[in-house]
Design a protein around this ligand. Sequence first.
Ligand SMILES: Nc1ncnc2c1ncn2[C@@H]1O[C@H](COP(=O)(O)OP(=O)(O)OP(=O)(O)O)[C@@H](O)[C@H]1O
Ligand SMILES: [Mg+2]
Length: 382
Amino acid sequence: MYVEKTELENFRNYKNLVLNFNSKVNLVLGKNGEGKTNLLEAIHFGFTGMPLRFATIKDLLRNENPEGDTRGLALYSRVNLEINRNESKDIISTRIVEQKRRVFLNDKPATIKSLSPFQSTIVFTPESLSAVKEGAAQRRRLLDEIWMTVSPLAGEILNDYQKALVSRNKVLKNGIKGGLSRGEQKHLLESLNHSFLPLATEVSWGRIQAATRALNAANEAYSTLLKGNAVDLRVDYSISAQSAIDWSKNQVYDCLVSRLKELQATEIQVGASLIGPHKHDVRFFVNGKDARVFCSQGQQRAVVLAFKVAQARLHRTCRGHEPILLLDDVFSELDSIRREQLLLLLCERRGQMVLTAIDDSVPAGQFGSDVSIYRVHKGQVT
Ligand SMILES: Nc1ncnc2c1ncn2[C@@H]1O[C@H](COP(=O)(O)OP(=O)(O)OP(=O)(O)O)[C@@H](O)[C@H]1O
Ligand SMILES: [Mg+2]
């Protein structure tokens, strides 16, 4: 499966764009601020209906006014993706109308959920590659994405957990504001905990399994990135500062229940849920040492790259076809050896890739004859 053609209208800094893609390697080059990431974001938005960065749907509407004045804001935006799946064609059209998202599949109204057979993108962004040193949310996201690749139910469970968390937080917050009596709050929390705890267990367990399943492939990829040097890459899932990577599902549940007992009084005081997978962390170890403390920035990026490459391999195994890789500026901060080795790992694959890079920082020749090069300048592509 690959994106054969994309059409953009009023998306970020693109007024109108029609672009044909190669089924293999598509290299998007340009200087800073020309529209490389915006183009990748358009593909991601087309498949998932979600912005790539911490942005709202409204931020995606083209704004002609450089100061961001809303008078320059487009009223309508559209990303069309023409998908080639085993030589049959489908068109996904993701639009923003009256600041709301609308999705169409082959001209018929559709939902994001109905696009799941097409959702095969794996995104490498500079933010995701800094997961080792950045916030725990990025590290959890890395495992969630691997989990969603290997389990068709993961996305729904994560959504359900998010909803359960929002309801629980609302009850806790209402208690502080005086909107609920202590008795009412206790009663509501007890009933919410019945669904919250099993969902919290499923999410934590899903992440533990995802980390364990990806580990072998991540070790192989990490060793290739280091040009065959032997390394021992490990991952740990941490629940309330305890190592949980080897826990059974029951152990996870029991730990969450006992933490809830310990912390519920504090939760009521602060008005927020203090237990659950939104509080867990992920740690990476290289040759037994904590990567966050001991690895350089480039080495930390290589750790995440290794897990992303592992995710791509698991995608092929679990779904029977190659994912589409979207790589945003991943070559900066890697030295020439890791850069070459990453290219080697990417070139082994048969699937489609769209990569961005600052002008000529990527040796395009390494991709052989399967590469199309696009140059972006001020929202125009040549
Ligand atoms: N909604 C919008 N309307 C118009 N322009 C926008 C909008 N959102 C972002 N831009 C502009 O689009 C331009 C290109 O952004 P983009 O992130 O794609 O750059 P880039 O080519 O990836 O640069 P870099 O190499 O620095 O990562 C930026 O100048 C940004 O201000
Ligand atoms: Mg960019």
